[in-house]
Design a protein around this ligand. Structure first.
Ligand code: GLN
Length: 205
């Protein structure tokens, strides 16, 4: 692998960390699990995985990640939140707890598909990924839904219940788990965002 491939951190507090690392490597980038704020040094992009958002929110506080993550976002480093990660990044959260990082201009509802339906897979059209007319087999596990998006937010995928993938500038969010399929197109899309942000920053210096 070329030495100049981007490094993608995966917040490793809880949840589907290993699966994201496998996908990042499959896309030809370097993946690192981030267990402490110092682990964010030098990452070119960050994935906040699924899990349980109340627990992840508490661990973010406990390990002192809050400011470091806000600074990373403010520095223009692309971030991708999947499922609970989307809830952690959302500007507004309906239901039991309020926003955690409040980075992306979206309103989410937790467990929007009902507790009885623990998980399901559905083919969704994701705008902007490679070969976008070919559906992506999206896995939903006690998933949230995006109920509202701000004016600058690009809706990338939706189901009848609402929006399930959206991009707000450098913040990418999905209600489903793209790391649980063999399909790398969503991670490839995120890596494209990362590579673009690196070359934009190179041009600034
Ligand atoms: N329902 C979970 C929450 O609210 C998210 C589930 C997931 O990440 N798979 O945190």
């Amino acid at each position: 692998m070329a030495g100049n491939e981007p490094t993608i951190g995966v917040l490793a507090l809880q949840g589907a960390v290993a699966e994201h690392l496998v996908m990042i490597e499959a896309c030809g980038a370097r993946g690192v699990g981030v267990k402490r704020p110092s682990g964010l040094d030098g990452v070119n992009g960050l994935i906040i995985p699924g899990g349980e958002s109340t627990t992840v929110g508490k661990l973010i506080d406990e390990y002192g990640f809050g400011n470091a993550l806000l600074e990373l976002g403010a520095a223009g480093v692309p971030m991708f939140g999947t499922c609970a990660g989307l809830i952690i990044m959302a500007g507004r959260v309906e239901g039991r707890h309020g926003p955690v990082l409040g980075l992306a201009d979206v309103t989410v509802r937790r467990n929007a598909f009902g507790r009885q339906v623990d998980s399901f897979e559905e083919d969704v059209i994701v705008r902007g990924i490679e070969d976008e007319s070919r559906p992506f087999g999206a896995v939903f596990i006690r998933a949230p839904v995006i109920e509202e998006v701000g004016a600058g937010v690009e809706v990338m995928a939706r189901l009848e219940k609402g929006v399930v993938m959206a991009r707000d500038g450098n913040y990418l969010t999905s209600a489903f788990h793209p790391e649980l399929t063999g399909d790398t197109r969503v991670h490839d899309y995120f890596l494209r965002m990362v590579r673009e942000s690196i070359s934009e920053r190179d041009m600034e210096v």
